[in-house]
Design a protein around this ligand. Sequence first.
Ligand SMILES: [Fe+2]
Length: 174
Amino acid sequence: MNEQLLKSFSEQINKEYFSAYLYLAMSNWLNDRGLKGAAKWTYVQYQEELAHAQNLFHYLQYRDVSAGFQAIADPSGNWDNELAVFQHILAHEKMVTDSISKLASLALKADDHAAYIFLQWYVTEQVEEEGNATDIIQKLTLAGDNGSALLAIDSQLGTRVFAAPVVPGLPAGL
Ligand SMILES: [Fe+2]
């Protein structure tokens, strides 16, 4: 694998672990405020982010190259309210989308079509990530200060369950 491409893959792994950590911090913040459904939702998202990182890591091993490691940044944050948490999520996911797009472009530039195809799953996944956050922001905005509407949204968010993503291009049994 092209050296620059490998470096960017490694950086993406770090970003996915940071994302996982950020969602974990958000889950705590929400849980502390009694928003148990949103706390569950962000915890499930944390699990998804771990899977994103793990699958990138496995892909590099499958290609017989090794990821490089960097420190994971502190994700601690304080947010004004639940809406601000989900606005932060949307902004963060847009940043990840940009990073994945650049990584895919780099794979093409290096004529690494296998890596480019592998990354397509991540490109599609980001559309879903941004869509989910946008959807929740719209609902929270509609609810405004209406406590019963906010509680209804929270119990809906609490129904989310983790399902391990199946990423094409990896060996079976991972
Ligand atoms: Fe991710």
